[in-house]
Ligand binder design. Structure first.
Ligand code: NAG
Ligand code: NAG
Ligand code: NAG
Ligand code: NAG
Ligand code: NAG
Length: 620
């Protein structure tokens, strides 16, 4: 146990000291997070020291890329009362933010920390105040003393923890109550103390680093596939189990949070435990302890196949769940081609695969065949070093967003359904007639073949509806560098002509000007001249496989389109798309779909139709 803790500690220290990537400018500052600072403005500290708290916050924000799609900051001050200084939505540029921080006036009073935490829990992360779904939610509490009502503080803190909000507690000076800091923080690693206000700057990097490592609140279905082949040996197999425990230890495991499953491959595939048995940290650890080393051949493909056919086949439809497999292997399977095939099948079903290669003999080609992309390959030279890379794997888990809405595969075949099984087209789509515009990405990243799959999806979609001026109407445009209208709502008056036109849309190539596409939709497509009807529900379905060339402009135009009364549904294809952008474009967080490739588009057809035709209410 001591060895284990020491290893953990060393890994933690090694990661913090040797990994400067978080400190300035690289990937973390762009990782979206909603951060609320809770500042103690009680009388014990005095005006000058309060100013140092403000400096600390100011310095902190300089390390992040501030904006509506990256990091948002709010500040709440408490003493006898609680005051919201500014909300997440208020400071969308570094300069306004720093200005607002410097204008904060010291409250001066008692220390009602619990009231502040309750306030934050109820208000700060609400949508109206700028809170976003599926981003890391962080509360950083600075205090210089014990609170007036410790019990209430503890209850309030627990509410935050229960809502998957990460809480970091910083104690300043000798009056702080270390036990209370521990109850406030979401775990003991998130407690920091400094001897006085002047020493605050010494923990600047630690706080930045801690914040960067926090996971977003998107639940995961996370399956581990362990290598139980003879080349590993019982002791080495133990390191794999330990690695899985370290990773799990960093995640929020629970019924409505992340669930864990485990399978081991050797000569066959052994189910260790399913997602239904991996829903609390204690059960997961207990179940991992009970996994035994099978010792046998290296039939990696059987393990991957098991994950596809059983482990992930039983997934329930949980909104917004990521499906991820972490595959540990020495990278030398007996059946290289079958391994590749089964990995491809698993990935095509919407599971993101991370490959962890163990030992000097790993074959990179095989790891790359298994993983969802080169950046999802992680290697260690020796099994005993697995603990050193668990942070890296946790980062990949936390930063990846593969599937926001479960696409349950009812068939493993990717061939098109025969047209004879196409159900009768529906007269009505929702409570009112619908005007449905498709915005089709025609950028060079996808190629003509994939573009044909995209139009195939749209044409199948159109085939499911009565299309005429009394019922539903469809319009389509393509976007690359330029926007091209394919046909307006009033160009064709029946389904046959519409599907024919869809199949004839030409692939253009070059650029992803999503912003102009939205603008065009608002100013051209959804106008009376072009057939848009006042009595219809207006829906825009955007399908894209890449990041737009100007995210800020895209989100601005998406917002204008939504404000003009159009419901936006976004569909991302492949792992190249920017999930955050997809979510920000859509009218609701569950109006986002994501599939791993163009072939898989057909698997979401039914859900896209249901979403399109649901009652969007007073949404605008
Ligand atoms: C606070 O909680 C402790 C332990 O749970 C309890 O003994 C104590 O009476 C409580 N204090 C107040 C003021 O409620
Ligand atoms: C803030 O940054 C300035 C300039 O780097 C530094 O002098 C100061 O100590 C920092 N203050 C805190 C509280 O981190
Ligand atoms: C999980 O979510 C469901 C539905 O929102 C809720 O009824 C249930 O209490 C939640 N369970 C936990 C442990 O939070
Ligand atoms: C694996 O696939 C490659 C290329 O498709 C082929 O050349 C090779 O013969 C296959 N190996 C086996 C053992 O089937
Ligand atoms: C909606 O308006 C169009 C003309 O703009 C009309 O032809 C159609 O009958 C109307 N539909 C309903 C259900 O009111």
């Amino acid at each position: 146990m001591i060895g284990h803790c020491l290893a953990l500690l060393l890994a933690f220290v090694a990661a913090t000291v040797a990994d400067p990537q978080y400190i300035v400018g690289s990937k973390c500052p762009d990782k979206p997070a909603d951060i609320v600072f809770v500042l103690d403005g009680s009388g014990s500290q005095g005006q000058a020291n309060f100013g140092k708290e403000l400096d600390f916050v100011s310095n902190f924000t300089k390390n992040f890329n501030i904006g509506p799609s990256t990091v948002q900051i709010s500040v709440v001050q408490f003493a006898t009362s609680v005051r919201n200084e500014f909300s997440l939505k208020d400071g969308h540029s570094s300069t306004t933010l720093i200005n607002s921080i410097s204008n904060i006036k010291w409250l001066n009073g008692e220390t009602y920390t619990g009231d502040a935490l309750n306030y934050v829990n109820r208000n700060s992360f609400q949508k109206v105040n700028g809170g976003r779904d599926h981003v890391a939610k962080v509360v950083i509490v600075l205090t210089d003393g014990g609170s007036n009502h410790p019990n209430e503080t503890a209850i309030a803190a627990k509410r935050l923890h229960d809502n998957h909000i990460n809480v970091v507690a910083i104690g300043i000076g000798s009056e702080v109550n270390k036990d209370e800091l521990n109850t406030i923080a979401s775990n003991s690693k998130h407690v920091f103390t400094v001897p006085n206000f002047d020493a605050l700057h010494t923990i600047h990097n630690d706080i930045t680093d801690t914040t960067c490592k926090l996971c977003d609140s998107t639940p995961m279905d996370l399956a581990f596939l362990l290598d139980g082949s003879g080349s590993e040996g019982n002791k080495d197999f133990g390191y794999q189990k330990n690695f899985a425990k370290l990773v799990v230890g960093e995640l929020h495991i629970g019924d409505n949070a992340t669930r864990v499953a485990m399978v081991t491959f050797s000569t066959g595939a052994n189910k260790n435990f399913d997602f239904k048995d991996g829903r609390s940290p204690n059960t997961v650890n207990h179940n991992i302890d009970r996994v035994h080393y099978p010792n046998g051949e290296s039939y990696t493909h059987l393990g991957l196949q098991y994950l596809h056919d059983h482990t992930f086949a039983q997934r329930e439809s949980r909104y917004g769940t990521k499906h991820i497999a972490v595959v540990l292997t020495d990278g030398r399977s007996n059946e290289e081609n079958l391994t590749k095939q089964q990995a491809a099948r698993l990935k095509a079903s919407g599971v993101l695969v991370i490959a962890v290669g163990i030992g000097a003999g790993v074959q990179m080609t095989e790891l790359k065949n298994i993983a969802s992309g080169d950046k999802y390959v992680v290697t260690v030279d020796e099994p005993k070093d697995l603990d050193k890379i668990h942070d890296k794997v946790v980062d990949l888990l936390c930063a990846s967003h593969n599937v926001f809405r479960t696409t349950i595969m009812t068939t493993t075949s990717t061939t098109a359904l025969p047209t004879t099984t196409t159900p009768e087209p529906r007269k009505v789509c929702g409570p009112r007639p619908a005007d449905i515009l498709f915005l089709l990405d025609s950028s060079d990243s996808e190629g003509a073949d994939n573009f044909a799959k995209e139009t195939g999806f749209v044409s199948n979609f159109a085939n499911r509806f009565y299309i005429d001026p009394q019922h539903n109407q469809i319009s389509a445009l393509t976007f690359s560098n330029n926007i091209q209208n394919a046909f307006w709502f009033n160009t064709y008056k029946n389904r046959h002509d519409v599907t024919h036109a869809i199949n004839n849309i030409k692939y253009v190539g070059a650029g992803t000007n999503t912003a102009d596409a939205f603008k065009f939709a608002r100013s051209q497509s959804f106008t009376k001249n072009h057939g848009s009807r006042a009595n219809a529900t207006k829906i825009a379905i955007v399908i894209t496989d890449g990041r737009s060339k100007d995210e800020a402009a895209t989100l601005r135009e998406a917002t204008s389109l939504k404000n003009s009364g159009v419901v936006v549904i976004s569909i991302g294809v492949g792992f190249g798309q920017d999930d955050h952008e997809l979510k920000s474009m859509a009218s609701r967080s569950n109006y986002v779909f994501s599939v791993s490739n163009f072939d898989a588009l057909k698997t979401i057809q039914r859900q896209v139709i249901e979403t399109t035709c649901q009652d969007h209410g007073a949404h605008h």
